[in-house]
Design a protein around this ligand. Structure first.
Ligand code: IYR
Length: 230
Protein backbone atom coordinates (compact mmCIF):
# COMPACT_ATOMS: atom_id res chain seq x y z
CA UNK A 1 0.00 0.00 0.00
CA UNK A 2 1.23 3.46 -0.83
CA UNK A 3 1.72 6.04 1.87
CA UNK A 4 -1.08 8.57 1.86
CA UNK A 5 0.16 12.16 1.60
CA UNK A 6 -0.15 13.75 5.03
CA UNK A 7 -0.49 17.38 5.93
CA UNK A 8 2.97 18.80 6.49
CA UNK A 9 3.54 20.07 10.00
CA UNK A 10 6.77 22.06 9.51
CA UNK A 11 7.08 25.73 8.74
CA UNK A 12 8.11 25.33 5.12
CA UNK A 13 5.21 25.38 2.67
CA UNK A 14 5.14 22.19 0.61
CA UNK A 15 5.16 22.02 -3.17
CA UNK A 16 4.37 19.01 -5.34
CA UNK A 17 7.33 16.66 -5.75
CA UNK A 18 8.49 16.39 -9.36
CA UNK A 19 9.69 12.82 -9.92
CA UNK A 20 12.53 12.13 -12.32
CA UNK A 21 11.11 9.77 -14.93
CA UNK A 22 13.86 8.25 -17.08
CA UNK A 23 13.19 6.89 -20.56
CA UNK A 24 13.96 3.28 -19.67
CA UNK A 25 12.88 0.98 -16.88
CA UNK A 26 14.60 1.12 -13.49
CA UNK A 27 16.47 -2.09 -14.37
CA UNK A 28 17.70 -0.66 -17.69
CA UNK A 29 18.60 2.73 -16.27
CA UNK A 30 20.47 1.34 -13.26
CA UNK A 31 22.39 -1.06 -15.49
CA UNK A 32 23.29 1.77 -17.85
CA UNK A 33 24.48 3.98 -15.02
CA UNK A 34 26.55 1.15 -13.58
CA UNK A 35 28.19 0.63 -16.97
CA UNK A 36 29.23 4.29 -17.09
CA UNK A 37 30.38 4.34 -13.47
CA UNK A 38 32.55 1.28 -14.03
CA UNK A 39 34.67 3.47 -16.32
CA UNK A 40 35.43 5.92 -13.52
CA UNK A 41 39.01 5.70 -12.36
CA UNK A 42 41.19 7.84 -10.16
CA UNK A 43 43.68 9.28 -12.61
CA UNK A 44 47.05 10.79 -11.72
CA UNK A 45 48.20 11.69 -15.23
CA UNK A 46 46.54 14.88 -16.43
CA UNK A 47 46.49 16.79 -19.69
CA UNK A 48 46.93 20.58 -19.58
CA UNK A 49 43.94 20.89 -21.94
CA UNK A 50 41.67 23.68 -20.77
CA UNK A 51 38.31 23.02 -19.16
CA UNK A 52 35.76 25.87 -19.37
CA UNK A 53 34.76 27.47 -16.09
CA UNK A 54 31.15 26.69 -16.96
CA UNK A 55 31.90 22.98 -16.57
CA UNK A 56 33.24 23.62 -13.08
CA UNK A 57 30.14 25.68 -12.25
CA UNK A 58 27.90 22.85 -13.46
CA UNK A 59 29.64 20.03 -11.59
CA UNK A 60 29.81 22.07 -8.38
CA UNK A 61 26.14 23.03 -8.71
CA UNK A 62 25.39 19.31 -9.14
CA UNK A 63 27.35 18.54 -5.97
CA UNK A 64 25.33 21.25 -4.25
CA UNK A 65 22.15 19.24 -4.85
CA UNK A 66 23.36 16.70 -2.27
CA UNK A 67 21.26 16.03 0.81
CA UNK A 68 22.63 17.48 4.05
CA UNK A 69 21.82 17.55 7.74
CA UNK A 70 18.87 19.96 8.26
CA UNK A 71 19.58 21.17 4.71
CA UNK A 72 22.45 23.30 6.04
CA UNK A 73 24.60 22.56 2.97
CA UNK A 74 27.81 22.75 5.02
CA UNK A 75 30.22 22.90 2.09
CA UNK A 76 32.31 25.35 0.08
CA UNK A 77 34.09 24.52 -3.15
CA UNK A 78 37.10 26.63 -4.07
CA UNK A 79 38.01 26.18 -7.74
CA UNK A 80 41.58 27.20 -8.50
CA UNK A 81 42.85 27.83 -12.03
CA UNK A 82 45.55 30.38 -11.17
CA UNK A 83 48.94 28.86 -12.10
CA UNK A 84 50.57 30.70 -9.19
CA UNK A 85 48.07 29.35 -6.65
CA UNK A 86 48.28 25.85 -8.11
CA UNK A 87 52.05 26.01 -7.78
CA UNK A 88 51.76 27.02 -4.14
CA UNK A 89 49.19 24.29 -3.46
CA UNK A 90 51.57 21.77 -5.02
CA UNK A 91 54.43 23.05 -2.87
CA UNK A 92 52.33 22.84 0.31
CA UNK A 93 50.97 19.40 -0.53
CA UNK A 94 54.37 17.97 -1.43
CA UNK A 95 55.86 19.29 1.82
CA UNK A 96 53.19 17.41 3.81
CA UNK A 97 53.55 14.33 1.63
CA UNK A 98 57.32 14.23 2.14
CA UNK A 99 56.65 14.14 5.89
CA UNK A 100 53.95 11.51 5.39
CA UNK A 101 56.12 9.13 3.39
CA UNK A 102 59.24 9.72 5.52
CA UNK A 103 57.73 9.77 9.01
CA UNK A 104 53.97 9.95 9.54
CA UNK A 105 52.76 6.88 7.67
CA UNK A 106 52.71 3.57 9.49
CA UNK A 107 54.61 0.62 8.04
CA UNK A 108 51.31 -1.07 7.20
CA UNK A 109 50.04 2.05 5.41
CA UNK A 110 53.21 2.30 3.32
CA UNK A 111 52.96 -1.40 2.51
CA UNK A 112 49.34 -0.90 1.37
CA UNK A 113 50.37 2.03 -0.84
CA UNK A 114 53.44 0.35 -2.32
CA UNK A 115 51.47 -1.53 -5.04
CA UNK A 116 49.99 1.81 -6.19
CA UNK A 117 53.44 3.33 -6.56
CA UNK A 118 52.46 6.72 -5.10
CA UNK A 119 55.14 9.04 -3.75
CA UNK A 120 55.43 12.64 -2.49
CA UNK A 121 55.69 14.10 -5.99
CA UNK A 122 52.36 15.64 -7.12
CA UNK A 123 52.94 17.28 -10.53
CA UNK A 124 49.25 16.86 -11.40
CA UNK A 125 48.47 19.69 -8.98
CA UNK A 126 50.09 22.09 -11.43
CA UNK A 127 49.25 20.35 -14.70
CA UNK A 128 45.49 19.90 -14.22
CA UNK A 129 43.66 23.04 -15.39
CA UNK A 130 41.60 23.13 -12.18
CA UNK A 131 41.94 22.12 -8.57
CA UNK A 132 38.70 22.03 -6.62
CA UNK A 133 39.38 22.29 -2.90
CA UNK A 134 36.39 21.04 -0.93
CA UNK A 135 35.89 22.67 2.46
CA UNK A 136 33.49 21.60 5.17
CA UNK A 137 31.73 24.22 7.25
CA UNK A 138 32.18 23.61 10.97
CA UNK A 139 29.95 26.59 11.67
CA UNK A 140 27.14 27.44 9.30
CA UNK A 141 27.14 30.46 7.02
CA UNK A 142 25.66 33.28 9.06
CA UNK A 143 25.95 31.47 12.41
CA UNK A 144 27.65 33.65 14.99
CA UNK A 145 30.95 32.55 16.54
CA UNK A 146 30.53 31.39 20.12
CA UNK A 147 26.93 30.27 19.51
CA UNK A 148 25.91 26.77 18.46
CA UNK A 149 27.56 25.74 15.20
CA UNK A 150 24.25 25.13 13.40
CA UNK A 151 25.57 22.33 11.19
CA UNK A 152 24.85 18.62 11.52
CA UNK A 153 26.31 15.41 10.08
CA UNK A 154 28.95 17.53 8.39
CA UNK A 155 31.29 14.71 7.32
CA UNK A 156 28.42 12.64 5.98
CA UNK A 157 26.94 15.62 4.12
CA UNK A 158 30.22 16.79 2.58
CA UNK A 159 31.20 13.19 1.78
CA UNK A 160 27.94 12.69 -0.12
CA UNK A 161 28.35 16.01 -1.96
CA UNK A 162 31.92 15.09 -2.89
CA UNK A 163 30.75 11.72 -4.24
CA UNK A 164 28.22 13.51 -6.40
CA UNK A 165 30.90 15.96 -7.54
CA UNK A 166 33.18 13.10 -8.57
CA UNK A 167 30.28 11.48 -10.42
CA UNK A 168 29.43 14.73 -12.23
CA UNK A 169 33.09 15.20 -13.22
CA UNK A 170 33.19 11.65 -14.59
CA UNK A 171 29.95 11.99 -16.53
CA UNK A 172 31.24 15.23 -18.10
CA UNK A 173 34.06 13.17 -19.61
CA UNK A 174 36.71 14.52 -17.25
CA UNK A 175 38.90 12.82 -14.69
CA UNK A 176 39.84 13.56 -11.12
CA UNK A 177 41.67 12.15 -8.15
CA UNK A 178 40.72 12.37 -4.49
CA UNK A 179 43.80 13.80 -2.92
CA UNK A 180 44.20 14.34 0.81
CA UNK A 181 47.60 15.73 1.74
CA UNK A 182 47.51 15.51 5.50
CA UNK A 183 47.27 17.77 7.41
CA UNK A 184 45.58 20.16 5.00
CA UNK A 185 45.70 23.31 7.11
CA UNK A 186 48.03 24.98 4.62
CA UNK A 187 45.07 25.26 2.22
CA UNK A 188 43.14 27.47 4.66
CA UNK A 189 45.98 30.00 4.79
CA UNK A 190 46.84 29.75 1.11
CA UNK A 191 43.29 30.31 -0.06
CA UNK A 192 42.45 32.83 2.66
CA UNK A 193 39.43 30.90 3.88
CA UNK A 194 37.49 31.98 6.98
CA UNK A 195 37.73 30.22 10.36
CA UNK A 196 34.47 28.26 9.92
CA UNK A 197 35.83 26.36 6.91
CA UNK A 198 38.11 23.32 7.12
CA UNK A 199 39.74 21.63 4.14
CA UNK A 200 38.03 18.29 3.42
CA UNK A 201 39.80 17.09 0.30
CA UNK A 202 41.26 18.27 -2.92
CA UNK A 203 40.34 17.27 -6.48
CA UNK A 204 42.52 18.05 -9.50
CA UNK A 205 40.12 18.16 -12.47
CA UNK A 206 40.86 17.93 -16.17
CA UNK A 207 41.28 15.62 -19.11
CA UNK A 208 43.53 12.58 -18.88
CA UNK A 209 46.99 12.89 -20.42
CA UNK A 210 47.18 11.16 -23.80
CA UNK A 211 48.28 7.61 -23.06
CA UNK A 212 47.45 7.92 -19.35
CA UNK A 213 47.60 4.63 -17.46
CA UNK A 214 45.97 3.47 -14.24
CA UNK A 215 46.85 0.60 -11.93
CA UNK A 216 45.23 -2.69 -12.85
CA UNK A 217 43.05 -3.03 -9.78
CA UNK A 218 39.54 -4.35 -9.48
CA UNK A 219 36.37 -3.69 -7.55
CA UNK A 220 34.79 -6.12 -5.16
CA UNK A 221 31.95 -7.98 -6.90
CA UNK A 222 28.52 -6.87 -5.78
CA UNK A 223 27.91 -10.11 -3.92
CA UNK A 224 30.84 -9.25 -1.71
CA UNK A 225 29.53 -5.80 -0.79
CA UNK A 226 25.78 -6.40 -0.75
CA UNK A 227 23.89 -8.33 1.88
CA UNK A 228 20.24 -8.96 1.06
CA UNK A 229 17.83 -9.85 3.82
CA UNK A 230 14.38 -10.80 2.55
N1 IYR B 1 48.22 11.21 0.60
C1 IYR B 1 49.33 10.42 0.09
C2 IYR B 1 49.24 8.98 0.43
C3 IYR B 1 48.10 8.22 -0.10
C4 IYR B 1 47.17 7.70 0.77
C5 IYR B 1 46.15 6.91 0.34
I1 IYR B 1 44.90 6.08 1.67
C6 IYR B 1 46.01 6.63 -1.04
O1 IYR B 1 44.96 5.84 -1.48
C7 IYR B 1 46.93 7.15 -1.92
C8 IYR B 1 47.97 7.96 -1.45
C9 IYR B 1 49.50 10.64 -1.41
O2 IYR B 1 48.62 11.26 -2.02
O3 IYR B 1 50.47 10.21 -1.98
Amino acid sequence: MDTEPTSPTGEYPHVPFTPYVPAGSAVEESAGFLERMRLRRSVRMFSARAVPEEVIRNVVAAAGTAPSGANKQPWRFVAVASPELKRRIREGAEAEEREFYARRATAQWLADLAPLGTDPSKPFLEIAPWIIVVFKLVRGDGEEPGREPGVYYVNESVGIATGMLITAIHLAGLVTLTHTPSPMGFLTALLGRPANERPFLLLPVGYPAPGATVPDIGRKPVDQILVVER
